[in-house]
Write a protein that binds this ligand. Structure first.
Ligand code: ATP
Ligand code: MG
Length: 392
């Protein structure tokens, strides 16, 4: 018996005239992901992408998980393929459904007939399939309101499909549909989640990591590249830009008041991010900030950093509790890497009493004490770029 995947679209069905464009994007990305799992045919019709293994060697389980990580897909169904006649549909139901029904008490059958030339109506298909299931598993009962299992029979253009469970997909919009964003990616828990959340809204990601060697280590950089690779499993391949802040931090310590270190550093980060975004064609910046989480994430502190940004800054974690961020980070698979104990540049010269209500003029006055443009130029010149190819 042949099993295939049916991927159901999410919000793109609402997108009217652009729909074809989005469907093409999704099918193209699924074809790309499928290469890692064998020889599959990927095509779309009737608001569904069909992923069909072409030989016995295909890894359908692997493809299933990869499809569930694709933004723009709301649900993925594993289905058995039947010929378009009742005999084949019933035989397929009999062979395919027992594992889904084992140990269950109630079920119902829902049939959908998008091929109106099929001789039976949907209720007739449901009734016959239900009867076949009852004769095979007589202890089951039909419950049309709250069944334990819903069996579905879909009669479509070239075949009929029998299945008994839809799995949630990643939802959201296809990556790229909303433009490109530069994710300020640290080694922490929050920024990978922030990147994932914006990718879910269709943003193609590019990453920027600031390090401060030798105060931060080679392992800290490795960890960030690993995090980028984990996010790429959902969001697709991305470039990670790395900039050194070592000299900037040393100069800050020499010339500026300690309570401003973090804020001044964050303004440097934003200004450098502006330049990288312009270089790479990004139309937004993305950070993992969450209101009130630390001193640099009060409204006043955010205002001070935000005011030097040349692009909209998306902070999807802003209204989330740490626990909620952790939950997403576990679900997307970044948590275990995020908690590895390597230092971040923000933690190397942290003030004992950081300003939580900074006044913009005072921050600017601190900046006057530095050879600001030279420091920016020098840091920007340290830019290195790594290509992280997504492994699905
Ligand atoms: P995270 O868990 O993402 O590290 P955080 O709670 O540690 O966040 P901060 O250290 O204040 O918070 O950083 C706030 C945001 O600034 C981060 O979410 C990230 O987007 C960005 N950021 C901080 N440090 C770096 C860094 N070294 N490189 C790139 N971006 C950074
Ligand atoms: Mg951090």
């Amino acid at each position: 018996m042949k099993e295939i995947l049916l991927c159901k679209y999410g919000e793109i069905v609402l997108k009217g005239a652009n729909r074809r464009y989005f469907e093409d994007m999704l099918a193209k990305e699924l074809r790309y992901r499928a290469v890692s799992f064998g020889n599959f045919s990927v095509r779309y019709a009737q608001s569904t992408v069909y992923i069909e293994p072409q030989d016995e060697l295909c890894d359908l389980d692997g493809m299933f998980e990869a499809a569930r990580r694709l933004f723009g897909i709301a649900g993925v169904v594993r289905a058995a393929v039947a010929e378009k006649n009742m005999e084949s549909i019933l035989a397929t139901a009999k062979a395919y459904l027992p594992p889904f029904l084992a140990g269950k008490k109630t079920f119902k059958v829902e049939a959908k007939r998008s091929d109106k030339a099929f001789p039976l109506s949907s209720p007739e298909i449901s009734a016959q399939t239900g009867g076949e299931i009852l004769s095979m598993m007589p202890r089951l009962r039909v419950d049309v309101h709250h069944p334990d299992v819903t069996v579905r029979v879909e009669v479509r253009d070239t075949a009929a499909y029998v299945h008994a469970g839809q799995f949630k997909g990643a939802g959201g919009l296809p990556v790229g549909a909303s433009g490109k964003g530069l994710l300020l990616l640290s080694g922490g828990i929050d920024s990978p989640v922030a990147g994932w959340m914006m990718a879910k809204r269709g943003v193609k990601l590019e990453a920027l990591y600031f390090e401060s060697m030798p105060y931060t280590s080679e392992q800290a950089r490795g960890k960030v590249l690993d995090l980028a690779a984990l996010v790429a499993r959902w969001a697709g391949s991305m470039q990670v830009n790395v900039i050194s802040l070592t000299h900037i931090q040393e100069e800050l310590v020499k010339h500026c008041d300690e309570e401003y270190f973090t804020l001044l550093l964050r303004r440097f980060m934003m200004r450098l991010a502006n330049r990288v975004a312009a270089l790479r064609g990004c139309e937004s910046l993305i950070t993992g900030e969450s209101l009130g989480q630390v001193a640099s994430q009060t409204m006043q502190a955010l205002h001070v950093t935000n005011s030097v940004a040349a692009y909209p800054v998306f902070r999807p974690c802003i209204g989330m509790d740490k626990e909620e961020i952790v939950q997403i980070s576990r679900m997307i698979g970044t948590f275990e890497t995020s908690i590895l104990p390597y230092e971040d540049c923000c933690t190397v010269f942290t003030p004992k009493h950081p300003k939580t209500r900074p006044e913009p003029e005072k921050v600017e006055a601190q900046e006057q004490k530095l050879p600001y443009d030279e420091l920016l130029e020098e840091a920007y010149a340290s830019l290195e770029t790594f290509y992280i190819r997504a492994k699905f």
